[in-house]
Design a protein around this ligand. Sequence first.
Ligand code: FE2
Length: 478
Amino acid sequence: MKSFPALPYLSGNFAPLLAECDAGDIVIEGEIPRDLQGALYRTGPNPMFPPLGNSHHWFLGEGMVHGFFIEDSRVRYRNRWVQTHQYQEQRKAGRRLYNSAFSFDPGDPSVEGKQRNVANTNIVPHAGKLYALDEGSSPVLMDPATLETIGPSTFDGRYTGPMTAHPKIDARTGEMFFFGYMAAGPGTPDISFTVVGRDGKVVRSEMFKAPYASMVHDFAITDQHIIFPIFPATIDLGRIMKGGPLIAWDPEQPSLIGIMPRAGTTSEIRWFKGPPAYVYHPMNSFTEGNTVTLDLCVYPRVPLFPNADGSRAPSNLADAPARLERWTFDLAANTDQFKREPLDDLATEFPRIDDRWTGLKHRHGYTGAILGEKLPGSPFDTIVHFDLGKNARETWTPGPGDFVMEPIFAPKAASKAEADGYLLTVVFRGNENRSDLVVLDAQNVKAGPIATAKLPVRVPFGFHGNWNPLNGVAHQHE
Ligand SMILES: [Fe+2]
């Protein structure tokens, strides 16, 4: 194939890793704790072929999953492309068929009318299955032990629409909650809402109409409520037909936060209204009495997308970072307004918690942040631990030329207390063009690595990952 053009999201550690490999025993500095046993999965865009033209969007590269299998203080690594229909068709053709720019043009005439599926955004274990997800298509099942692609999931035919890459799992009930936007077709404001039981089977699925069609990346749950945040990165078919952008920043629209009783239906969603903003990722949400609290990383404007008229963002906003805020909703008050307060002034994203606290009042949160120079593509150089109980934070910065990815919490085996465990992140060593898996103490992040597993390869900057504590996953594919 031809070489990749020198575009920002195809260069440096955004460039794809064009090999699938297995590393049986990784060199480890320090010692991997004995009570850390399981698999860390991470995923991100890893475009398999150069773009069709000279335009490529970071979000549209084909997904590659990276697995770190940890057992008895040893680490094995394996990476595999998610073999979606898009992957298979392009591999057969030996070139890119699907457009990797956000455009009305699907790409090669042979894929006209076919749905794109990059499965590059998250990799989520639930009920013994492993779901590779992008928000525009059905989930793709992968083998949790081998990372081989099994195929598309329709939940036994019960749900065949798009699925967010950010389902929420209630650790107490084992249920998985998810939504899908544009669920009635391209450009529609229809959103599906589905609950999957701890046995992996769909319990309920329904549809509702959002106030307007937009890119809805993530949502939140509490033990009593489901929260659907709608932000004005709009999808307007009229605009598209006139040659305008598919997804665009449209500050004429407000931010709208829908709150639904978890025991109720989508007809009971109550909408709260705020000024235009954009949020890719909430940290967590919880209900106390009549109050719903939502912690989230808020951008003043959607990054990476143009204005509704097709023009670029003003330079002071194009790269404006997200900051952690707390939004509070009073369900007893007769108002559609809510309280908004900053929690910190750091440029920060990829918020995570101890997932056992999903929907419950959390004290600890973890993010990636930029403390040093802001570089093209905005890679994060620092891991942050927020102790919201003490209103304090601690950070760990690996060093000059090094960058971190989303921090993922892994509890100590048999531990019950919040944040009693480890924080896992993949660090790009810029000076060595190689990556490390780093294990931090989740309650003492600033002390630096407990252990560092030194990969022989580079893991491109990606999106999300999850810890799978299942016994036996670690050693099934010798
Ligand atoms: Fe995301």
